[in-house]
Design a protein around this ligand. Sequence first.
Ligand code: MG
Length: 388
Amino acid sequence: MRITDIRETAVALKSDLRNAVFDFSEMTTSVVAVITDVVREGRPVAGFAFNSTGRYACGAQMRDRFIPRLRKAPPGSLLNDAGDNLDAEKILACMMQREKPGGHTERSVAIGTIEVAVWDAIAKIAGKPLHRVLAEKYSGGRSPQRVPCYVGGGWYEPGKGVKELQDEIRARLDQGYTTMKIKVGGAAIPEDVKRVEAALAVVGAADRLAVDANAGFDRTRALAYAKALAPFRLRWFEEPTGPLDYALLADVAAEYDSPIGTGENLFSTEDVENLVRFGRLRPDRDIIQTDVPQSYGIVQFSRTLEAVKRHGWERKSFFPHGGNQMTLHIVGGFGLGGCEAYPGVFGIFAGFADDARVENGFLKLPERPGIGFEAQNALYAVMRELVD
Ligand code: MG
């Protein structure tokens, strides 16, 4: 068996959302298909993925380096020892040839997206949902039936006030979510405090509300928000500092007793290990939010879990960034803390299977082989176009 082709395309997001730092008006996403010569149900197995949420399409790197390296490799060198399926670890190593250490984001998104598409193909060839394949390899076969799922939202939008924010949260609770995350930092502190109070009035408990500052604060503002938010004892305070500002993060953690969440803008194992050590994060409460397809993919993520385990961090502390089917399988397969969701946001890339329902804050893991993009009609139409 072998990979016969790898194709990619860039899709525009067309969103008018804004967080504390930037708007999404130019956002694009790479969609990848890894096509094999294995035939299932009358056609060649193709694995699909996209580069999650919030990083621009990265087709140039794929076309210039990573796809040619995989196409040039002897087919047998990319297979498992039995020769009956692809081997993601070997495929990652092949893409990393002749890559200088460091400079992660220049390649980690492109490599991770191809790597996750490879996993979709692996699971389809094995005839199992991806979470089960991952559980067998990385979790001693333990795969839960369902995983906790919280909902992200509370963006700043033109004309959106406290009442509209409360309406948004109420609608999410009606859909079955129990925990909501809203943006902070796009307004002055007194206004954001009012938004938090208004949100708490709807969700009903402090441990059901998280806030996200999107790494937009300088030192003065980060510490001022930590002081203003501390009395609320929220579920977590997300990205109070710049992604690599471990010194400031340690200072915020010293002032802010409740959980902190961060890590969605770190792309390597070393960076995450440095984050927990030098950002003085606390394994008994804080949350790590790696975006797996943006960070070299699933094999590298398993190495990140091992690296932070040495510092006392359990898998339950991971709530990966990116509310999508890829992340859902990864949360289930590795037994992580929970999954994010952005229903109706980020166009065709948001959410899970079209018929997926959140019940009392939990989402069932899919049973279809692979990642199951086939059950997301609008997204799958774009993926099929790459193959047909
Ligand atoms: Mg965030």
